[in-house]
Design a protein around this ligand. Structure first.
Ligand code: FES
Length: 174
């Protein structure tokens, strides 16, 4: 006979549900319209600000959420990834900006970006391209693990949206 404890969601299930409710999805862009449909009130996602719980996002993982109708990438960076981004001389970049200026002090592992290519607006793909960051397949722009443009026609870095940490594991975007 089945016990009730078997039917109870595990902590991991709960985290997944909580994440999905906020509209967060995995790295695959194709999953994302499905999740949007699952949200009973999509208009909530269009509010000026949205809080995102970072706790379920594993090291090395990029998730995509929707903010003001746009995709926003949240990348939980490893130390190696951060070191790589910081080893680059920012003066050599097409749109010079140090990695430190693109994250919040003390939360250097979290990179938050508007997921819209600055060339003509396609959604770049995470964990791809020549710089361990994003690749935009529309015309071949490569962004690094700080979201900075490194190669291709995009003129500027991926935009960092306004956001703040409301706790160690929660950000508010907008
Ligand atoms: S829209 Fe991304 S490279 Fe053109």
């Amino acid at each position: 006979m089945a016990t009730t404890s078997m039917a109870e969601p595990t902590r991991r299930d709960f985290l997944y549900i909580a994440t999905a409710t906020m509209g967060a999805v995995g790295a695959a862009a194709t999953v994302w319209p499905l999740i949007s449909q699952m949200n009973p009130d999509a208009s909530v996602l269009a509010l000026a600000s949205s809080e995102v719980n970072l706790a379920p996002i594993e090291e090395g993982q990029i998730i995509t959420i929707k903010w003001r109708g746009k995709p926003v990438f949240i990348f939980h960076r490893t130390k190696k990834t951060i070191d790589e981004a910081r080893a680059v001389k920012s003066g050599d970049l097409p749109d010079p900006q140090p990695d430190e200026a693109r994250v919040k002090k003390g939360h250097d592992q979290w990179l938050v970006l508007v997921g819209v290519c600055t060339h003509l607006g396609c959604v770049p793909l995470g964990h791809q391209g020549d710089y361990n960051g994003w690749f935009c397949p529309c015309h071949g722009s490569h962004y690094d693990s700080s979201g900075r443009i490194r190669k291709g026609p995009a003129p500027t870095n991926l935009e960092v949206p306004p956001y703040e940490f409301v706790s160690d594991t929660m950000i508010r975007i907008g």
